[in-house]
Each structure stands twice: as C-alpha cells, then as structure tokens.
Design a protein around this ligand. Structure first.
Ligand code: ADP
Ligand code: MG
Length: 239
C-alpha cells in the first residue's frame, strides 16, 4: 500500500518576536491518526509552533497545510472547523459559562442549538465530566479543568488534536487519566500531537518523537532512538 496523504504539512514555519527568533524554519509532516510527541526545554518554541499551526499567531513565516488545504491566513475558529484543535497550557474556559455551555460554544456556529447540546453532552461523557455539566469551570478540580479543555477541543471532531502540556502539575493517577483519554481519542482516529515534559507519558504515548531546542527541530524519529541521541540528552542537561 502507498502512504496515505499527509494530514498536516508544516513547511519552514518560523516566528520572530522583534529580533528574537523563537522558531526557525520547522518542517513537519504528520500522517492521519499519528501519535507524535513533541518535547524540548522550556522556551524552545513548542507553544510558538502550536500557535503558528492553530492560527493563534496570525503572522509567521512558512506555510501550513491540513489534509491538502492551505490554512495560511485562516483564523483559529476557521481552522477548528477544518479539523484542527488545540488545547492551551493554561486552560482558558469562559468563566461565567457552565461546563456544558463552554463545550457548546464552538458548536453553535452553523449548527442547531439542540444538536449542539447533544453533541456537547457526548463530549463531556467522553471526558467523564457529564456529571459536572451545570458547574462553573472554577468549581472543577485541576484535572477536571484539563478534561474540560479537552472536551472543548474535541467538540468539532478534530482530525488533529494538539495537547499543549495537558498533564502539567497533575498527580501520577491524573496523568494516567489524561493519557488514557488521549489514547481513546487516537484509537477513534484522531491524530494527536502531545507536548509534554512528563517523559513516561510521552514515551508511552508516542509512536514518533520530535525534539525542539532553541526554536529548531533537532531530532525526529522513533522515540527510543531519538532519546538515545547525545544532542537530545545534551539539550536537557545543558538547560
Ligand atoms: P515552549 O512552549 O517550548 O516552552 P514558547 O514557544 O512558549 O516555548 O517560547 C519560545 C520563546 O519565544 C521563549 O523565549 C519565549 O519567551 C518567546 N515568546 C513566546 N511567546 C512570545 C511573545 N508573545 N512575545 C515575545 N516572546 C515570546
Ligand atoms: Mg509551551
């Protein structure tokens, strides 16, 4: 069989802040359903890369294609409708809306209100938050807030979900909850980019691993091989 068409193609994606190069000419091709880990020291450009891909940074160098269609110039919500979802390192729910309403928001554009409610409840069930549907986000525990962030991201049935440090600060058991959730989503067909510092989660999850150092991709391959590279080890020791 031939390789399927790539799901995501990032070509020479870069971002400068003033004279500072936060991200330099990163290329990445992801296939449908792939599980990719993205690691790198703090400040290595991981979230910057996500923001370029997701449209949260309107201006950047290079080009991004999803399932063959150029995304350049599209706003985040337009990319979300095309199947690209991301979560934020710091969950950003609407504080005055209930848990259910937060998940309904991305579903209200172009759909029927009743269907949006049904779909939002199904998402909450997927992340095991259905019982908290009428709560406010601040009434949730930290791991529940992360699950809400994921429920909002999956509302539109993404082809690609980018989870930016969705496990940071969680207990061992809570990390396992999020890991199991991401594996379930992937098993249902969603490609996932997991950005994470918790190495046991990254290695358990990833079929492929890329490493950013100082805004550059320095490694890309099988996790075991990538982690054995001296320059990867050096990047962490030198931090
Ligand atoms: P990571 O997610 O790998 O920890 P980031 O992508 O958040 O790193 O940041 C990469 C670099 O870009 C850092 O030096 C950070 O300070 C800088 N940076 C990120 N966002 C901005 C911004 N909006 N303005 C200026 N500098 C930024
Ligand atoms: Mg980051």
């Amino acid at each position: 069989a031939t390789d399927p068409a790539p799901l995501l193609r990032a070509e020479k994606v870069g971002k400068r802040f003033g004279g500072f190069v936060a991200l330099a000419e990163v290329d990445l091709v992801l296939r449908p359903g792939e599980r990719l880990g993205l690691i790198g020291p703090n400040g290595s450009g991981k979230s910057t890369f996500v923001n370029c891909i997701s449209g949260d940074f309107a201006q950047h160098d290079g080009s991004v294609t999803l399932a063959g269609a150029k995304l350049d110039g599209l706003k985040p919500h337009a990319r979300a409708r095309r199947g690209l979802a991301r979560t934020f390192q710091l969950p950003q729910p609407f504080g005055s809306l209930t848990v259910l309403e937060n998940v309904r928001v991305p579903l209200l554009f172009g759909g029927h209100a009743a269907e949006a409610t049904e779909r939002a409840m199904a998402c909450l069930e997927q992340v095991e938050l259905a019982a908290k549907a009428t709560k406010l986000p601040r009434e949730l525990t930290q791991v529940e807030q992360r699950r809400l962030e994921l429920a909002r991201a999956i509302a539109l049935h993404p082809q690609l979900l980018i989870a930016d440090e969705a496990m940071a600060g969680l207990s061992h058991a809570e990390v396992d909850q999020i890991l199991a959730l991401l594996l379930r989503l992937n098993a249902a067909g969603t490609a996932v980019i997991m950005i994470e510092h918790i190495m046991r989660a990254v290695t358990e999850f990833s079929e492929r691993l890329i490493v950013f150092v100082a805004g550059r991709k320095i490694a890309d391959g099988a996790p075991r091989e990538v982690l054995a590279m001296p320059e990867v080890e050096g990047a962490y020791l030198g931090k």
